[in-house]
Design a protein around this ligand. Structure first.
Ligand code: G6Q
Length: 547
């Protein structure tokens, strides 16, 4: 059995090193070392990762890397890439990396190379997305399908939503994408109100094909289509993305119209698979494959690069440093690109569903913090919402800033203003403004002595707040692939160090089970279950309002 990580040599060394580092000021570290910014930076293709604005020195990095080595990270990475069953609670391999294994080297699961089946589905996606895009696969009444509606939730929704939005500039001119995920009837109604059944393709995306939200939404959409065009229209307007051919048939979708993926692909890691069909139709299969190429480049970097120069490993270790030693329980991801506005929600599932666990792979309750709270939003908008707390709140929230040097919409000086803002944020967070500096500024602005004395604390910033900055040239399919794979691997490394299974999601089950009990109680009269007083009251009150 593996020793608990918080009992390990380098964990203890880090704990005592933290005591020396906790009061160190980053601005002093920069002043003392002219090469700091170069030293704590990495590059892969056009992606530049500056992690110098962190509360680290050489020793911190040395200890963190030794910690990763002691956790057998090398072996664990190899285990993932070679198809070992590292998802131990579900006894499954974890092979999203196979979906973008552009070198096509064999990867075996139970003695069988999975690459041929992956390539087959990619080829089927190419044929179908081309046929839709070029109007060869038409709707029941002979019209071109221009409204693409992905019906799915969680991992069968967030990737397509995020990636299609990120790559909106690459969409075919006449194609529009819509997403229905929430069981709230409003989600269906709002999309159906906007589209014409004759020109709509519904993509039912569900790994299990049993998810209540998706199946209910898909049935509603099917009825809407059949009411308008008749039962025969279904074959031309519905396709399925799933691992479950039986349920797809039961739903009434011809298996010829099904795009398969497999149990070795986790929902939140599935946008590279058939689950990405809406992305492929929107941007074309060539661009979809460029996205896979970008992810593959990151995969090779992750697998082949020593830890000290390995971007996802360094990101993960810095996360551990703050989470487990500084005791910081959240972090923010802030892309300065409007097209990446859904990236934080996507990463929220990736990170929080993967590493929000308190049972270790030793089948014991962990005695250290695991996954942090991740939140974020697009800059500059969030500078006007939660940034106040990031600058002057009583907790410290490390930030990831993501910056494209070139915008897809270079209008006037918009992009330079945007860039100046993000660069200023990371500078301000690091440097801060002392009370003395604040007082001087107020004096220069002509404030009276009393005003200066009163305002100087409010106007000061303690600074020393960490951030990472990622610069790319432009958000294109390749770059997006790199960025998403980078975060996937960061999450993986943290899971290895915390010794948890990052690939199950048992935590979402209990609520689903209880909802099944409550549904008949809402629909009928009797209480079948004994609930707590609060839940019973709420059920009664809601029912009274609905009468
Ligand atoms: C992701 C989770 C979860 C899943 C949804 C939808 O890793 O497993 O978010 O993607 O619950 O599941 P189906 O694709 O089976 O409908």
């Amino acid at each position: 059995m593996k020793k608990e990580v918080n009992k390990s040599k380098y964990w203890k060394k880090l704990a005592s090193h933290y005591k020396k580092m906790r009061n160190v000021q980053m601005r002093d570290l920069f002043a003392d070392d002219a090469k700091r910014a170069d030293k704590f930076a990495l590059q892969l293709d056009a992606l530049y990762y500056d992690y110098s604005k962190n509360r680290i020195n050489d020793k911190t990095m040395k200890y963190l890397i030794r910690l990763a080595e002691d956790c057998n990270l090398h072996e664990k990475i190899e285990a993932m890439f070679t198809g070992e069953k590292i998802n131990i609670t579900e006894n499954r391999p974890v092979l999203h990396i196979a979906l973008r294994n552009r070198g096509n080297t064999p990867i075996y699961v139970d003695g069988k190379n999975v690459m041929p089946q992956i390539n087959e589905v990619l080829a089927k996606m190419r044929d179908f997305s081309d046929a839709v895009r070029f109007g060869k696969f038409k709707g029941h009444t002979g019209k071109k399908l221009t409204n693409i509606v992905n019906i799915g939730i969680g991992g069968s929704d967030l990737g397509p939503v995020m990636a299609t939005e990120a790559l909106r500039k690459y969409w075919a001119k006449d194609i529009n994408c819509y997403f229905i995920s929430n069981i709230d009837g409003t989600a269906c109604a709002e999309v159906l109100n906007k589209i014409n059944p004759e020109t709509t393709l519904f993509i039912v995306a569900s790994k299990t094909f049993t998810t209540i939200e998706t199946i209910t939404n898909a049935k509603t959409c099917r009825k809407w289509l059949v009411d308008a065009l008749g039962e025969h229209a279904v074959a031309k307007h519905f396709v399925a993305l799933s691992t479950n051919v039986e349920e797809v048939k039961k739903f009434g979708i011809n298996p010829d119209n099904m795009f398969e993926f497999w149990d070795f692909v986790g929902g939140r890691y599935s946008m590279w698979s058939a689950i990405g069909l809406s992305i492929a139709i929107a941007i074309g299969m060539d661009n979809f494959e460029k996205m896979l190429d970008g992810a593959y480049a990151m995969d090779r970097h992750f697998r082949e690069t020593d830890f000290a120069h390995n971007i996802p490993v360094i990101m993960a270790l810095l996360g551990i440093w703050y989470n487990n030693f500084f005791n910081l329980k959240s972090y923010a991801v802030v892309p300065y690109d409007e097209y990446l506005k859904y990236l934080p929600s996507y990463l929220q599932q990736l990170d929080m569903e993967s590493n929000g666990k308190y049972v270790s792979t030793n089948n014991e309750y962990v005695k250290y913090a695991t996954g942090p709270v991740l939140f974020g939003g697009a800059g500059t908008n969030v500078q006007h919402s939660f940034f106040q707390l990031i600058h002057q709140g009583t907790t410290i929230i490390p930030c990831d800033f993501i910056i494209p040097a070139i915008s897809h919409n270079e209008i006037g000086d918009h992009h330079e203003i945007l860039l100046s803002n993000v660069l200023a944020q990371s500078e301000a967070l690091m440097r801060g403004k002392t009370v003395k500096e604040a007082a001087e500024e107020l004096t220069q602005a002509g404030k009276s002595k009393e005003e200066v004395n009163f305002l100087k604390k409010f106007k000061s910033f303690e600074g020393n707040r960490p951030s990472n900055t990622f610069v790319v040239k432009k958000i294109d399919p390749y770059t997006l692939g790199m960025l998403v794979a980078m975060y996937e691997h960061k999450v993986f490394v943290q899971g290895v160090i915390w010794n948890i299974d990052s690939f199950d999601q048992m935590g979402v089950e209990l609520g689903k089970q209880l909802a099944k009990n409550i549904l008949p109680e809402l629909q009928g009269n009797a209480f079948g279950e004994v609930h707590d007083g609060s839940t019973e009251n709420l059920i009664r009150y809601v029912k009274r309002l609905r009468k």
